[in-house]
Ligand binder design. Structure first.
Ligand code: ZN
Length: 560
């Protein structure tokens, strides 16, 4: 980024942000990002980062959770999530003892660790990326090596490769691939099939995919899989036989039978794009995970009736349309097809690329928003939003403890922290039917991460709602995001957002004393306000001064 652009950003930050250290840092190309930032500040910092005006950004996991923010290098200053007191931990299996005393820490889950480290290296910009982890001793380095990495091929002298927890699935690869493709399309706006192919050829995902015996572009799923691609690697296990029930240009059906148990799976593929198998496999489960029964039947048909190859290609293309990344982006409104092999990034595509949210998740949220808009009385807004976040998490294969939802609700209802961190004592009736509370403990670290995630999803949902012209949902999301941030009911927002030294407790005291808006505080007398609120006179003086200095914050330009 240029110096001029940084100076411009610094000026914006000076007008919009309460942090006085942010503008001088921005001039130097440095910024920070954490859950405590206001919306305008976060927008500004993320905008600066995405548009490469920054040399370095110092951030919490907020920046990496579910959202892709690639960088050339990533430095982790710790791999421990948070500490708790030993006596509070019932199940010590997931925790590790701190060498110095009775506190315990939990290492970041392996997949989270590699997700963060994997932000290093921006596809299309860097040849390689590097991730560094700061440690205190050689023993710690050794521990990290053994916990987060494995030796290739299990050999003692094998190359170190990431060790994943079992959750790492073909599905997460699909999320990432679609996202990378969309970010690239947004970058260049007009994209051809050859661009897409060249772009992926230099990404490290190509070698991660390994060689499944398929053509690279089919393996990458940037073009339709043909029948030949589909059967690559299919091999009939010993003791099983393939029978063909029907094979013509309209329908192919067959069965795989176990010669000993006589167990039988029947599958079919039709010209209309239908695909089913008695084993339960269906399209959408992932091309590579698609059922081997169908693969074996297609292989058998190709062998017996080579003339059906074209028809089979067509059947597979429509049955597995979702599986082709380019088609997925076209079908879901991220790309417009403008020629045979030419595509254009749509405004929705650009929005989602800039939000750095997975396209799969954006589609999911969009569908939920459309359903909500067509039936606004479905559920009160707040439980509906919680359900949305829970479902988004399930889509991500990363479920939160249900107690966190109840905790966040209590937090926004201005409950004390004793209730917030022990929500099982007072589960929220409006939420209980959707997300039953458990008596899982809620740790402050988990709660803070959850708050940051809730804010993030409220923001993403709000922006997508705005794009769809749903003003009421956008406003609802915006209000929730701000309430989560401050832990207050909506009526307190004007006070806690604009008065220095006023949080949820003092805000409530002011409101009870009749101050609903900044203007009410501006007109107050310190002695009278002290008497009405019970706050010390000096504190009231400072609050009144802050109200009198208050000026409406200028909104920064949004580029959507
Ligand atoms: Zn099957």
């Amino acid at each position: 980024g240029t110096y001029q652009a940084r100076v411009e950003l610094a000026f914006r930050a000076k007008r919009a942000s309460k942090y006085t250290d942010l503008p001088p840092l921005l001039v130097k190309g440095i910024a920070y990002h954490h859950a405590g930032l206001e919306n305008v500040e976060r927008d500004l910092v993320e905008h600066a980062f995405i548009h490469r005006h920054l040399v370095a950004i110092c951030c919490t996991t907020t920046l990496s959770a579910g959202i892709n923010m690639p960088a050339r290098a990533v430095i982790l200053d710790d791999y421990k999530q948070f500490s708790v007191h030993e006596k509070d931990v019932a199940d010590k299996g997931r925790f590790m003892r701190n060498g110095n005393g009775p506190t315990m820490f939990r290492p970041l889950p392996r997949n989270t660790f590699h997700q963060i480290a994997g932000r290093a290296g921006r596809a299309g910009f860097d040849d390689t990326g590097t991730a560094h982890i700061l440690v205190h001793s050689r023993d710690e380095a050794k521990w990290i090596e053994e916990y987060y990495f494995a030796r290739e091929g299990g050999k003692a002298d094998g190359k170190l490769v990431p060790a994943y927890d079992p959750l790492q699935s073909a599905l997460s690869n699909r999320h990432v691939m679609l996202e990378q493709l969309l970010v690239f399309a947004n970058e260049v706006q007009d994209v051809t099939y050859d661009d897409v192919k060249a772009f992926f050829a230099m990404s490290f995902y190509t070698h991660q995919l390994g060689n499944a015996g398929q053509a690279m572009d089919a393996a990458l799923r940037i073009r339709h899989a043909t029948a030949r691609d589909f059967i690559a690697g299919a091999k009939l296990p010993p003791g099983k036989v393939v029978g063909i029930l029907e094979a013509n240009a309209n329908r192919v059906a067959g069965a795989i039978t176990d010669t000993i148990t006589q167990h039988r799976a029947e599958c079919q593929l039709t010209a209309a794009g239908g695909f089913s198998c008695t084993c339960g496999a269906k399209p959408g489960g992932g091309f590579r995970a698609a059922c081997d029964h169908l693969r074996l039947v297609v292989q058998e048909v190709l062998g017996r009736q080579p003339g059906l190859e074209k028809a089979l290609d067509g059947m597979l293309a429509s049955a597995l349309r979702e599986e082709c990344y380019v088609d997925f982006l076209i079908d879901n409104g991220f790309l417009d097809q403008v020629g045979d092999d030419a595509y254009h990034c749509t405004p929705f595509g650009s929005l989602v690329a800039r939000l750095y949210v997975y396209p799969t998740i954006a589609v999911f949220i969009k569908q939920r928003l459309l359903a909500r808009a067509s039936n606004p009385g479905d559920l009160p807004f707040e439980p509906w939003f919680y359900q949305l976040v829970k479902d988004v998490q399930d889509e991500h294969n990363a479920s939160y403890s249900p107690s966190l939802f109840h905790a966040a609700w209590h937090w926004m209802e201005e409950a004390g922290m004793d209730i917030v961190l022990e929500p099982a004592r007072q589960p929220i009736p409006a939420l209980r039917a959707l997300i039953p509370a458990t008596d899982d403990p809620v740790y402050p670290g988990d709660f803070n991460n959850f708050k940051a995630d809730l804010q993030r999803w409220a923001r993403v949902a709000g922006k997508i709602a705005r794009h769809l012209g749903m003003a009421a949902i956008e406003a609802g999301c915006n209000e929730l995001e701000r309430r989560i941030e401050h832990g207050v009911k909506a009526e307190l927002l004007p006070l806690v957002e604009n008065l220095k030294g006023v949080g949820r407790i003092r805000g409530r005291m002011l409101l009870r004393a009749g101050c609903k808006a900044i203007e009410d505080v501006q007109d107050a007398h310190p002695d009278a306000l002290s008497k009405a609120t019970g706050l010390p006179v000096q504190a009231c003086e400072r609050i009144i001064n802050s109200a009198r200095e208050w000026q409406p914050v200028e909104d920064i330009d949004h580029d959507d």
